[in-house]
Design a protein around this ligand. Structure first.
Ligand code: SAM
Ligand code: SF4
Length: 325
């Protein structure tokens, strides 16, 4: 069975936010001092999450990424990962994390069936890192080394590039990723919430970054397994692959294969739109598995054709951490 939206796109991938909380405050994502979080009684519990994901897998979704907020802030995440990775039809369970808690959890996550991880890291300069995130770089590098030691592979580093903030750190990030065998991916800033909109002032097209790198390295087209929209190149003579994620300068909505489920059970159809469907109250009212499958199949038709980040940057009021980036 498959999940197909009204524009004939097949939905194969779900990003599951397990919490809207976070232990960092990346300025483009969450406001400094923010504590307007969702209440615990509204979070989907692990049984509810498992039921919803099982429904998606019955409908043909085969890849799930755990995200947030910071997913490792949610107690018992390895236990949830273990339960989800046992679901029939789920071939690819991955994690997006800021790595602050990977030192403690990397081994348990690997054992629980997490195959690969993406880690946010915008600079390897500790002072700048603290300015961007309010956190300590040391914790992230420790987490990354623990992930490597635990055998998580590939480890992809996601770097949001901002002109005048960290665009001159690109070469250092290339060296860091080459040294440790990580994949490096650049992301354009998106106008999600007031935080994201403010960061758009630092927007820089990734074309510019690619042209700069091409002067220093020979870049050859490459492919990388995974369900994402990144375009990859490889630095000739090395193992390093570099991905470009360009939702703003070159959107990829016509091939979008994903939806997002928030920590409180809201199904968001698009990162750049408010189209959504609430699942929590239906689950708590005792909906059957068959009804749940049907409801999800109908809800998918709310998925819009494309985001309007460029035309209506004021449209999305929620921060990235609320949706599950
Ligand atoms: N806390 C985890 C992390 O940082 O990887 C997972 C959630 S975070 C919201 C997921 C991704 O969203 C991160 O790579 C982060 O850099 C990105 N992100 C957050 N706000 C953004 C924005 N306004 N524009 C572009 N990317 C953003
Ligand atoms: Fe937290 Fe990730 Fe948002 Fe940074 S990008 S504030 S780590 S949720």
């Amino acid at each position: 069975m498959s999940l197909i939206d009204k524009f004939h796109r097949e939905i194969k991938y779900l990003r599951l936010s397990v919490t809207d909380r976070c232990d960092l405050r990346c300025f483009y994502c969450m406001p400094k001092g923010f504590d307007g979080y969702e209440e615990p009684q509204d979070w989907l519990n692990f049984d509810e999450i498992e039921r919803i994901i099982a429904s998606f897998t019955r409908l043909g979704v085969n890849a799930v990424r755990l995200t947030g907020g910071e997913p490792l802030v949610r107690q018992g995440l390895p236990e949830l990962a273990r339960r989800l990775s046992a679901l029939p039809g789920l071939d690819d369970l991955s994690l997006s994390t800021n790595a602050t808690r990977l030192g403690k959890h990397a081994q348990a996550l690997t054992e629980a069936g997490i195959a690969r991880i993406n880690v946010s890291l915008d600079t390897v300069d500790p002072v700048k890192f603290n300015k961007i995130t309010q956190g300590k770089l040391e914790k992230i590098t420790q987490g990354l080394m623990a992930a490597k030691a635990a055998g998580l592979e590939p480890i992809k580093i996601n770097m949001v590039i901002m002109k005048g903030v960290n665009d001159d750190d690109v070469e250092d990030m290339v060296d860091f990723c080459m040294e440790h065998g990580f994949t490096l991916r650049f992301i354009e800033t998106m106008p999600m919430g007031d935080t994201g909109r403010n960061a758009v002032d630092y927007f820089i097209s990734l074309d510019e970054i690619e042209q700069r790198l091409a002067k220093k390295y020979e870049l050859i087209p490459a492919v990388m397994a995974g369900a994402g929209p990144a375009r990859y190149v490889q630095v000739a003579g090395t193992e390093l692959k570099i991905g470009f994620i360009t939702p703003i300068s070159q959107h990829f909505c016509d091939t979008c294969n994903r939806v997002r489920l928030s920590a409180t059970g809201t199904l968001y159809m698009c990162l750049g739109d408010e189209h959504k469907f609430e699942l929590r109250h239906l689950i708590r009212k005792g909906i059957s598995d068959q009804e749940l499958d049907q409801v999800i199949r109908e809800a998918i038709n709310l998925k819009p054709l494309k985001h309007e980040f460029n035309e209506k940057p004021e449209k999305v009021v929620r921060f990235m951490s609320m949706t599950g980036g």
